[in-house]
Write a protein that binds this ligand. Sequence first.
Ligand code: HEM
Length: 419
Amino acid sequence: MTFSFKPFGPSYSTNLYSILRTLRHEDPVHYVEEDDVWVVTRYADVTRVLREHENFSSAGWNALFAGESLGTKRLTATTTQPEGGFSSLDFENLKFILALDPPAHTQLRRLANKTFTPRRVRVMEESIRSICEDLMAKFVTDSQAGNADIMQNLAHPLPMLVIANILEIPTNRYNDFRRWVDDAKKVVLGIGMDATSIASFQEMYGFLSELTTKRRENPGNDVISLLVSGEDKDQLSHEDVVMFAIILLVAGSETTTSLLANAAAAFMAFPEQGNRVWKDPGLLPDALEEVLRWDSPVQTAPRKTTQEVVLAGKKIPEGAHVVAFIGSANRDETVFPDPDRFDIDRRPEQHIAFGVGAHYCLGAPLARLEAKMAFETFIKQTAGLRPTKDGTRIPGSVFRGWTSLPCEAGEFAITPAQP
Ligand code: HEM
């Protein structure tokens, strides 16, 4: 197939899903020569890639960060790679949970599972609700002043404040957090790994390393203390714990930000459905699952082949970079009928927005809770949501979200049915 798709190019914000549909139909395992990467788009193949760690190693994540192959090509195309790249941070030797395969992954995951048990997540409810209420009060004032934006008012601050709360980090470090995560995100989005983002990463590492030492000496009730005290206290090295905290910060904020924004955007784009949710908040959990399917915040997961593998009839060589397109799998017509239609009644139980298999998202219960509580608060305080200006999408196709989403509180803009 002669088809030019650069999965890490910045220009797929509007036509991404139609490109992915073409790929699913015409070339479901598509080799992008320029980036030396294989793009997998059908549900059956994407789930196979994510489940089969013997063939598709999660070291794909490490390679991405370490600037190896795919990363190097992608990053040098857009930026100047700093001397030594991210590998100078010794990424290869850190136990970066996303990038490990069993059995090393199994051991770390067993410990990590303790950090987000349903009981621990339930305990967070009260503080999440109170954060949502504070943010909503500001949203209503900003809306009256005509300058509300879902991103500034809710989607950016909520997940960050929740993670800060979980790690018991003073909220006055919020601006540092924002900067660290923004810089780390640049690397993943491929829009600017530079000396500043490296410096930010090192600053974040230093802060969390110091915090880990303090928690070891004087444990509290937070996630870090859980890993450095009690019966498992010697199972993880200091670096492992710091790295885990970093992953929580990065994986837990940007993704949930996009879920909140994509949900608000979908409710405004389909005001009849938004209005139904506002009138009956019991519909919210199903509506949010449909948002996760229809506009998945994490569109892609990288893997690296451990040996030659045949996938959908294509021979992928050993050591190849594979991009499993979660966002495309969630639009696969063989699993989700009429997949491009946003439908809050769909109940898309098979969606894989949180991944599948051993690396299934650790923070899924927390992300769901945050989104549910945020919109419950919205529903209580407003009659609905209306866009005030066009929003802007984040670039690239690795993540799917928004950089700005101006809107106001008010009845949904439902167009009356034509006679
Ligand atoms: C809507 C929000 C979120 C989405 C869409 C999302 C998506 C994902 C996906 C697709 C994966 C699997 C990646 C792979 O297989 O390579 C993953 C893993 C992970 N997520 Fe999330 N995530 C979200 C929120 C969160 C939150 C709130 C946290 C933590 C506070 C979190 C922490 C993690 C961690 C630690 C992993 C790695 C698990 C492992 O490797 O075993 N995520 N997430």
